[in-house]
Design a protein. Structure first.
Length: 332
């Protein structure tokens, strides 16, 4: 079925009229008429996505709105196939599958290579100066590949236990690492000390700031050990990241951190491929460690948004100077 730009424009004008009616009504809006729903579905399934976005833009309709109703009208697989998924939609990709995406899918695709933490926490992670950090991980997965590709040095503890049952996850991780040409450092926590002091001494640059991602099956113990460590050594630049931090088993550690005035940032929301609502927390005794590397969100790393063009550092600085020139009130 070929759908022209004029046909798309006609349907979008009807949709805009419906939206305006809903916004002006003091009562609950009526559902769209069947004809409009069918027309939107046909566009979602058969119209060229670029053409739809172009026509919508001419009518002042944001691309995010267009991608939203395309997804809701059956076009999500097309968005995924053509890499139109944005941050707000990308985690839905895995919901189309019978199982969660495998390790290779998660680690070889730019839009999915990220720690499996909440989506807001993923964004906050990109604001850190990752290339200056060493990393300690308790539990391995997509995060191991992410940190190895973005940070100085990574030590990962993997106990090969999933939901209380022994597994061969280390073998799967090492196989995928060989396929990608990466050298990951997986350590057995039963043969190497997981103590914060012992682990910290293993890095080539022991003075580099440290990210500690607490995941895996023994989270409460590791989080408690590192919480005590940073409270005792507040001058050491360490960022603790704990996933599923809403779990009551972390309560005592959070109370200790709060008592000693640690900076604690909670990031709530779903994780990739999960509709549930969770929390990932970032903690540091030095609040500067949690400050974004750039003051303005204009600099934010957009690697997971194919539709959002990433400006280079040079381009962003030029644009910043242009803005400051227009409004001298920003100049010192």
């Amino acid at each position: 079925m070929k759908i022209t730009s004029d046909q798309i424009r006609t349907v979008l004008l009807e949709w805009l009229a419906y939206v305006q009616e809903c916004n002006s009504s003091p009562v609950s809006p009526r559902p769209p008429c069947p004809e409009l729903s069918i027309a939107l579905t046909e566009i979602a399934l058969y119209a060229e996505i670029n053409l739809t976005l172009t026509v919508a833009s001419a009518l002042g309709i944001p691309s995010s709105s267009v991608l939203g109703w395309i997804a809701l009208h059956g076009g999500l697989p097309r968005l995924n196939h053509n890499l139109y998924l944005t941050r707000t939609l990308s985690y839905l990709d895995s919901l189309l599958r019978l199982t969660h995406p495998n390790l290779g899918y998660l680690t070889r695709n730019t839009i999915s290579l990220a720690p499996w933490i909440t989506l807001p926490a993923r964004e906050a992670l990109l604001d850190l100066r990752l290339n200056e950090f060493n990393v300690v991980e308790y539990g391995s997965g997509a995060s191991t590949f992410f940190f190895n590709k973005n940070c100085l040095q990574v030590i990962t503890f993997e106990d090969d236990i999933a939901n209380g049952t022994p597994c061969n996850w280390s073998s799967i991780m090492n196989k995928e690492a060989r396929l990608q040409g990466l050298n990951i450092n997986l350590c057995d926590p039963t043969s190497i000390s997981t103590d914060p002091v012992a682990v910290s001494s293993q890095f080539n640059d022991i003075n580099a700031p440290l990210i500690v991602l607490v995941d895996g099956c023994d989270r409460p113990r590791h989080f408690n050990e590192w919480s005590k460590h940073i409270v005792k050594n507040p001058s050491i630049p360490i960022v603790l990241i704990v996933d599923n931090s809403e779990n009551w088993k972390f309560l005592a550690s959070f109370m200790l951190l709060q008592k000693h005035k640690a900076s604690i940032h909670h990031h709530y929301g779903p994780a990739y491929g999960v509709l549930g609502y969770h929390c990932t927390s970032f903690i540091s005794m030095d609040s500067a460690q949690l400050m974004p590397k750039h003051a303005s969100p204009a600099y934010h790393d957009r690697r997971w948004s194919p539709l959002s063009l990433q400006l280079s550092e040079e381009e962003t600085l030029v644009r910043e100077q242009q803005v400051m020139t227009l409004d001298t009130g920003y100049l010192p």
